[in-house]
Design a protein around this ligand. Structure first.
Ligand code: PLP
Length: 230
């Protein structure tokens, strides 16, 4: 077994244990392997262990990996980093998901630039759930207005919400902030604005995936525990 294979198994065990502790079905939490700063070989190692979904923060780096691996396998690529206007075309042309949409202008550009032959781009709206200043993410109070516009864009499909809270002091504090995101997710889902409810609540990383799963995460984004320190 390679190191990445055994680490992936450990992460899978952590997810399974957290699901069991919270009486959740293990299949209700997906694992996104965050491969930023690691090369194509690391992605291939993870793929060999059955991991199909990968997250990238830096767009040009991600697009290089996507292009290099296009002929090896059909992987699912998630953009999870900040998207500037001048990078939307690259993102729309190469990624399957964008989890870091936090303003309408970016959503509109992704919608216009998504190639006609590709399936709709799968979108999560990034929410600034703990109100950190200078932070990406729409404020919770502005989420509904953004959502109402995003769902009108035909080349995007709204799948859920994504959060990146500040590191928490302890498990209880991590649970509290993730529970806030879960409450917001449930609230917007039941507001009657969406023809189709969102199915993805993307939260939890290496340090806090147990807390995120306890609160209701459906997708954890894990880098360090799989690929090592950056
Ligand atoms: C880097 C990153 C991750 C993974 O973080 P780890 O602590 O290495 O697991 C998850 N989500 C986002 C948005 C990131 O930038």
């Amino acid at each position: 077994m390679t190191t990445i294979t055994s680490r992936l198994k450990q992460v899978g065990d952590r997810i399974a244990a957290a699901c069991q502790a919270n009486r959740r079905d293990a299949a209700s939490v997906r694992l996104l392997a965050v491969s930023k700063t690691f090369g194509v070989d690391a992605v291939l190692d993870a793929l060999g262990a059955g991991q199909m979904a990968f997250g990238e923060n830096y767009i040009t780096e991600g697009v290089e990996k996507i292009a290099a691996l296009r002929h090896s396998a059909t992987l699912e690529w998630h953009c999870i980093g900040p998207v500037q206007s001048n990078k939307t075309r690259l993102v729309a042309e190469h990624f399957d998901w964008v989890q870091s949409v936090d303003r309408l202008k970016i959503a509109q550009r992704l919608n216009e630039q998504r190639p006609p032959q590709a399936p709709p781009l799968q979108i999560c709206l990034q929410v600034n759930i703990d109100g950190g200043t200078n932070k990406s993410g729409v404020m919770p109070g502005e989420l509904m207005a953004l959502m109402e516009e995003v769902v009108k864009l035909p080349r995007l499909r709204l799948r859920g919400l994504m959060t990146i809270p500040e590191p928490a002091a302890d498990f209880a504090a991590a649970c509290a902030v993730h529970s806030k995101a879960k409450a917001l997710f449930d609230q917007v889902n039941s507001a009657g604005v969406l023809a189709e409810p969102m199915d993805t609540l993307s939260m939890g990383m290496t340090a806090d995936l147990e807390a995120a799963i306890a609160a209701g995460s459906t997708m954890v984004r894990v880098g360090t525990a799989i690929f090592g320190g950056r």
